[in-house]
Design a protein around this ligand. Structure first.
Ligand code: SF4
Ligand code: SF4
Length: 154
């Protein structure tokens, strides 16, 4: 009975509409949170998952990747292709490393799986491109990104 009276009271005096309007007014008085991109950019934050980068090894002469293929195996989107070959001293070399950003879902599994922390993520999030080719990141491109964001160091 009390519930029905309360409901009737709310209906007659438009209480819920009044509450909604009050909330709207309160929100209108708060400063806007919309950023005027690209003039205003969000600052990078710890743990942000942006474009991948490849670190250099301790000598700084070549990529840190050892071609184990764990990142390729763990990637749920099949975005990474690692091809290895035999080097001049019968050592294993990474002849090709390719990341297809069109497939990547930025889950970060490849970063977690890498045993030598060769592949990392940067805060770079402006990844728009006008051709499919630009979305394919080769080993050389990834090393250049590593140089830019990590000074090529581990
Ligand atoms: S972030 Fe995830 S989807 Fe992207 S390449 Fe790494 S494992 Fe694959
Ligand atoms: S980036 Fe890391 S996980 Fe991927 S192949 Fe190279 S060493 Fe292995």
């Amino acid at each position: 009975m009390i519930g029905r009276v309360k409901k009737l009271f709310n209906t007659v005096f438009l209480i819920e509409i009044g509450k909604g309007l009050a909330l709207t007014l309160r929100t209108m008085l708060k400063p806007a949170v919309t950023r005027q991109y690209p003039r205003e950019k969000r600052k990078p934050f710890a743990g942000s998952r942006g474009l991948h980068a490849m670190r250099r090894d301790d000598s700084g002469q070549k990529e840190r990747c050892i071609g184990c293929g764990l990142c390729e195996a763990v990637c749920p989107a099949d975005a990474i292709t690692v091809i290895t070959a035999e080097g001049p001293d019968h050592e294993k070399i990474v002849s090709s490393y390719e990341l297809n950003l069109l497939r990547c879902v930025f889950c970060g599994f490849c970063i977690d799986a890498c045993p030598v922390s060769a592949i990392q993520m940067t805060p770079e999030f402006e990844l728009a491109c006008t051709s499919r080719k630009d979305a394919f990141y080769t080993k050389e491109r990834l090393v250049k990104i590593g140089d830019k964001y990590m000074g090529g160091k581990g």
